[in-house]
Design a protein around this ligand. Structure first.
Ligand code: NAP
Length: 293
């Protein structure tokens, strides 16, 4: 029996990991934040000590990119200090720590797709804290770091759900069309983690794990809204980053090449339009929270 412990069970990735179908010999434990607060070293030591996991997946994070500029201390506590606690206790339990990081460690100045060896240079507090956190995880013998990007899904707050809602509420919306990234379904990332663990019981190192193809936020919004049934009559204007100022600067290009993940573990995430169609089918089903709202 292999035991997998998930931190951050209420987030997009945490929820997808918790509802994924795992092999029969896997016992997945995903305590709520009230029982497993990653910023509290006592809580982390107690939960890891009681669970004795073989694998500890850190899906907990401070992910509010703009708010992080004003809450740098809190962002650091969750994205950096907590990783230190998790590394210490994963190491003590001889567990593998799978830590998730972000495309926002890059400044977006590159022309092509980012590979793992490219130099990170975050443009904001969120990216800087995530970079410091991934370095802590990589410095430990037990760490596997997966950088992902533009995460959305049927559960939790995300861009796709926001666009669907706005399209039903407003006749016209504007979306940035000059930033490029790889929209990644949380479910696809959870499946990739399961596949990595099937391929290698003690994976380690730094890997990109994102959809293999790219989009702008406008392209993602259009595709997400097209999946509504019936599609609403909404005009979707293209905005520029300069015309839509935000508190934190975002990279213009944060496309992650996930070729190393494929070469090392034989794992490839689904193209984003395919994954979006699957997520949209769930969102369109009458039983989802969004449909009931
Ligand atoms: N979302 C994206 O677009 C994106 C892009 C690139 C990389 N990533 C990375 O992917 C990973 C998963 O992201 P996600 O989209 O699933 O994020 P998410 O939905 O924001 O989930 C993160 C979860 O961590 C929880 N959390 C915060 N502080 C905690 C603490 N002290 N103890 C335990 N849990 C805590 C949050 O709870 P509260 O909601 O109550 O704060 C939230 O439920 C993160 O490492 C993130 O940095 C995300």
């Amino acid at each position: 029996m292999r035991r997998i412990l998930v931190a951050g069970a209420s987030g997009q990735l945490g929820q997808e990991l918790a509802r994924l179908h795992w092999p029969q010999d896997v016992d997945l434990v995903a305590p709520p934040e009230s029982e497993f607060d990653v910023t509290d070293p006592v809580s982390v030591a107690r939960v890891v000590g009681d669970t004795e996991p073989d694998v500890l997946i850190n899906a907990a994070a401070y992910t509010a990119v703009d708010r992080a500029e004003d809450e740098a201390d809190l962002a650091r506590k969750v994205n950096v200090d907590a990783v230190g606690h998790l590394v210490r206790d994963a190491d003590a339990a001889s567990a593998v720590l799978i830590h998730v990081s972000t495309d926002y460690v890059f400044d977006g100045e590159a022309e092509g797709w980012y590979v793992e060896d490219d130099r990170p240079n975050p443009t904001g507090v969120y990216g800087a804290t995530k970079l410091a956190g991934e370095q802590l995880a990589l410095d430990a013998d037990c760490g596997l770091v997966l950088r992902t990007s533009w995460v959305y899904g049927a559960l939790g707050d995300n861009f796709v759900r926001t666009m669907r809602r706005l399209a039903l509420e407003r006749p016209r919306i504007g979306v940035v069309d000059d930033q490029r990234g790889c929209p990644t379904a949380a479910l696809e990332l959870a499946r990739a983690i399961r596949a990595i663990l099937e391929a290698d019981s003690r994976p380690s190192g730094l890997f990109h794990a994102a959809a293999p193809d790219d989009a702008t936020w406008w392209e993602l919004a259009v595709a997400a809204i097209e999946q509504l049934t019936p599609p609403p009559e909404v005009v979707i204007d293209k905005l520029t980053t300069a015309g839509y100022p935000t508190r934190a600067r975002r990279p213009m290009n944060s496309r992650l090449s996930s070729e190393k993940l494929h070469a090392s573990f034989g794992v490839r995430l689904a193209p984003w339009r395919e994954a979006l169609a699957e997520v949209s089918r769930e969102l369109n089903a009458p039983t989802t929270a969004e449909s009931q709202a």
